[in-house]
Write a protein that binds this ligand. Structure first.
Ligand SMILES: [Zn+2]
Length: 281
């Protein structure tokens, strides 16, 4: 609407002066500004189903890695930090469910766990698949929420990797042990739950925030992109989302919310058939 072409019609001829018209203009502009502001800042709340996998031990460089993060730590430390980071986009994540879930027994279980333990980033394009794909058949399909974003806390997701997600998807995989800090040269250590700014080695909360960015269709900026210090990476990693990224993530968040509102999303059961192949980010 172009307000400048719509002078208000006043029943009072005395008010219908240039001065009055300007004043009305200001009122209209102030109102539009106010509502425009409210719309842009409308908080979007996305549910997360948090799966703390149990009973999978990954043997990496002489260590036996398991999930050590507790539901209480996720609720009281990790999620508040994720929401602090995403506040800049007025997107908030809330827990739809958090549960410790055993990895079901299966004939391929030991082989898949070993493949993930041995996974190197350089193997990503090779035939034996990524940790994201390998874990797909490890997790209990009956526990998957069909529309909320499912976050899996796993012992370890491969050399120098800390998390994987599909662009626009509803599955995030996190490792609670990492050797990214040493570029894979040393045995893994427990990730920090949070890290004060500025980012130094990263934290589970920041990794989750980054992977949720992929779930909301954000990709990695080029190393030459400015500004630096971005949540999605680039020359120097950090916490910042650009206005373009915020707009893109909010559009995607609305699509996630539409999917959640569909009748299909009412079921806690995984839909029949495989989910489409993910784009990894
Ligand atoms: Zn990424």
């Amino acid at each position: 609407m172009n307000l400048s072409n719509q002078p208000p019609v006043s029943p009072n001829p005395i008010r219908n002066t240039r001065h009055g018209s300007t004043r009305w203009h200001l009122v209209f502009i102030a109102l539009v500004g106010l509502f425009g502001h409210v719309r842009a800042d409308e908080e979007l709340v996305l549910p997360l189903r948090l799966h703390l996998t149990q009973g999978a031990t990954l043997a990496v460089r002489g260590l036996n890695l398991e999930v050590w993060v507790t539901p209480d730590e996720v609720k009281t430390i990790v999620l508040p930090e994720v929401n602090r980071i995403w506040k800049q986009a007025d997107i908030r994540f809330e827990i739809e469910r958090i549960a410790e879930e055993p990895i079901p027994e299966s004939p391929n279980r030991a082989r898949l766990l070993q493949q993930i333990a041995d996974f190197k980033r350089a193997d990503a394009d090779q035939a034996h698949g990524s940790p994201f794909e390998l874990t797909r058949s490890l997790f209990n399909p009956l526990e998957v929420h069909p529309a909320a974003i499912n976050v899996y806390f796993f012992p370890y997701v491969g050399e120098t990797l800390q998390g994987v997600a599909a662009l626009g998807g509803n599955r995030v995989l996190l490792g609670v042990w990492t050797n990214k800090f040493s570029h894979g040269q040393e045995p893994p250590k427990k990730t920090l739950l949070t890290e004060p700014e500025p980012m130094n080695i990263g934290s589970l909360s920041r990794t989750l925030s980054h992977e949720l960015g992929h779930s909301l269709t954000l990709t990695h900026p080029a190393k030459t992109d400015l500004p630096k210090g971005r949540l999605m990476g680039g020359a120097k990693q950090g916490y910042l989302l650009t206005p373009e990224e915020i707009a893109k993530a909010r559009e995607s968040a609305k699509k996630h919310l539409e999917a959640l509102a569909s009748p299909h999303a009412k079921s806690n059961r995984k839909p029949k058939g495989e989910a489409p192949a993910p784009h990894e980010g």
